[in-house]
Each structure stands twice: as C-alpha cells, then as structure tokens.
Design a protein around this ligand. Structure first.
Ligand SMILES: Nc1ncnc2c1ncn2[C@@H]1O[C@H](COP(=O)(O)OP(=O)(O)O)[C@@H](O)[C@H]1O
Ligand SMILES: [Mg+2]
Length: 330
C-alpha cells in the first residue's frame, strides 16, 4: 500500500557564516496508514529537523534536498500556501512544551473554538461550537470538559494542556500526527497517559503517528517500526520487535543498554561513552566509529552501505553485531 508520508534521500543543511552545516544526511522514511513510527537517537541527531522538514516548517536558512511525498504526491515544501493547507488539514504536529502551542491570555474554550472554525467550511453557531469543543476535550480524556472551557492554560497542569493541544489538533481530523517528544516535559505517570491517548487515536481514528522520543520503553510498547538516528542518518530501522530483539548496529545496542530494565537484577546502566559530534565535525567515515566498541580501521574511511538483516530490518555498519535468536541485548 502507498505510504502516507515518505521521504527519499532527504538532506537538510543550514547556511551559516562559514560553510553550510549538514544536519540531516539522506533519510528514507515511510509512514503507512495507521502506523506508529518511533524516531529515536540522542539529542542533536536530526530528529526534529526531519520532522520540521516534513511539516514544511524549517527555518529560512535551511536548504533541503531529496524528496518528500505525501500520499504519493511530491511535496514542494517551499510552497507556503500548499504546505499551510496540508498542515491545517492532513498533518499536525505537537511539541514537548504544550505552552508553546497555546495562547496564555486566551481561554481554552476560545482557542478551541478558533481551531474548530478554522477547519469548518460553514459558519458554526455558538452553542454548536461549545458542544464540539466539549466533545473534543472529552475525546482526549479531559475531565469536566465544560468547566475547562473557561480556564486559561496556566490554570491547567502540563498533562492537561498537552491534551488540550491534541484536542485542538483533532479539530482538523489530521491523518498524520508528528509528536516530537510530546511527554518529555511531563511527569512519568502523565507521560504514560498521553502515550495511551496517542495509541487510542491510532486505534480509533486510524491516524498515523511519528513519535519522537528518548524513551525506548515507550517505543517498544507503542510503535510498529523504529528508526534509529545518529548524526543525521538512520543507522538502523525496522519492525520494533526485530530491531530490539536483535540490534545489528552497535549504536542501537548502546541505546538499549542504557535503558533501565525492571526485570534485571543488574541495576547499573551502561551509557554510551563519548559525546555526539557536532554537524561541522562529521567526517568521511562512520560517525559513530569514535564511540563504537567494535569499530575497526575501515570504519573511519568510508560510510557503510545499508544492509538487510531480515525483511524490512535495515542497518548500516561495517562491523554488524551477530543475529540474536533470543532476546539478549544485555
Ligand atoms: N536553524 C538552525 N540553524 C543551524 N543549525 C540548526 C538549526 N536547527 C537545528 N540545527 C542543528 O541541527 C542539529 C540537529 O538538531 P535536531 O533535529 O533538533 O536534533 P534532535 O531533535 O535529534 O535532538 C543540531 O546540531 C542543531 O544544532
Ligand atoms: Mg528534537
């Protein structure tokens, strides 16, 4: 089936005073209908820039190469009018901090009414607006929705505000939601509730979701496929079970080893040594080589080609880890 969103060899660089800085370097991404894709990788790996590129929301100093397709049709991200129609209707994005999407001096109700009006072809009367806004709030699990309409964002918790942002976005009934670390700023229990909400949106509305997160546990529970990004490239991707059961790239194994496990008596986490290089430091070879426990000489001289582990499980590494038949990443 045709993917809803697809990027083909997507490159993004930013113009600076010196030479352009490449931050996304050839991303192939496919999101099918009703699919939840996890995008993981340490800070600075280009996850947000990839998402912003798909939304057509990159800064003016960004240069884009490659292709982005929506429903099989090539998107011209520089075409602001076409992109804003798409953003308003089919594509929506939520961020780490819900307050960035809310107006602090307007009530929740007013902001919801505006979102509903924006997506409605005909004029809607006050009582219907109120009814629809209340419905949207209850769809996203906001308790006592009618009373919340009169509240201002600062009167609600972070978790409730994130639900309000999701409700505003649902007014347009988008087909794809890009959620960029939507729970990072929230308490752990609230995080789980928001993730449950995203999953139910997929189940009930068939919405596709790109979920950017640091939390590999959330990816394991929620996502169908995962893309592991490092320094602007996808180093490994595939069905979550295959990738997590038998990571072939040492970076993926490193991320998994730094994940706390509830079923392990060994409570010492193993962080990946070293730091993520800055974009201007990206060299010729594999960018992970300086931090990689199994790197050899060849890893410093060229970029590894993509290989296939099993169907749809891809990785790019000169010294891949052996296939694990049983779960044994730690
Ligand atoms: N407008 C910009 N100009 C220059 N560099 C940028 C700009 N936006 C992002 N970057 C750089 O792009 C890299 C990737 O950033 P980002 O996509 O935010 O990473 P992630 O979301 O994976 O943490 C970072 O090194 C960041 O500093
Ligand atoms: Mg980010």
């Amino acid at each position: 089936m045709q993917p809803l969103l697809e990027t083909l060899d997507l490159h993004v660089s930013f113009a600076t005073d010196q030479s352009p800085v490449p931050v996304v370097r050839g991303i192939d991404l496919k999101v099918g209908r009703g699919e939840i894709i996890g995008l993981v990788g340490e800070s600075g790996s280009g996850k947000s820039v990839t998402c912003m590129a798909a939304m057509g929301l990159l800064d003016d100093n960004a240069r884009l190469r490659g292709e982005i397709r929506w429903n099989g049709r090539k998107l011209h991200c520089q075409d602001d009018d076409a992109m804003s129609v798409l953003r308003g209707n089919e594509l929506a994005m939520i961020f780490q901090d819900p307050m960035s999407a809310l107006n602090p001096v307007q009530t929740i109700g007013k902001q919801l009414y505006e979102a509903i009006r924006l997506h409605s072809a005909k004029r809607i009367g006050r009582s219907e607006l109120k009814q629809r806004a209340t419905g949207l709030l209850s769809d996203v699990g906001v308790p006592a929705p009618e009373q919340r309409l009169k509240a201002y964002p600062h009167q609600l918790s972070g978790g409730l505000n994130q639900r309000v942002v999701i409700a505003m976005m649902l007014a347009g009934n988008p087909r794809l939601l890009i959620a960029d670390e939507p729970t990072t700023a929230l308490d752990v229990t609230v995080q789980a509730q928001i993730i449950d909400l995203l999953r139910s949106l997929r189940d009930q509305r068939g919405m596709s979701i790109i979920l950017v997160t640091h939390d590999l546990g959330v990816v394991a529970e929620t996502c169908d496929r995962v893309l592991v990004m490092y320094c602007g490239r996808v180093v490994e991707s595939g069905p979550v079970a295959a990738v997590f059961q038998s990571p072939r790239h040492p970076y993926t194994r490193g991320l998994l080893a730094s994940l706390p496990r509830i079923d392990s008596s060994d409570d010492a986490l193993t962080p990946i040594p070293g730091v993520v290089p800055q974009p201007h430091e990206f060299g010729e070879g594999c960018t992970f080589a300086p931090r990689c426990p199994v790197a050899s000489e060849c890893c410093y001289s060229g970029s590894p080609a993509q290989q296939c582990s099993e169907s749809d499980h891809l990785f790019s590494c000169f010294s891949p880890l052996p296939v694990q038949k049983t779960r044994a990443h730690r």
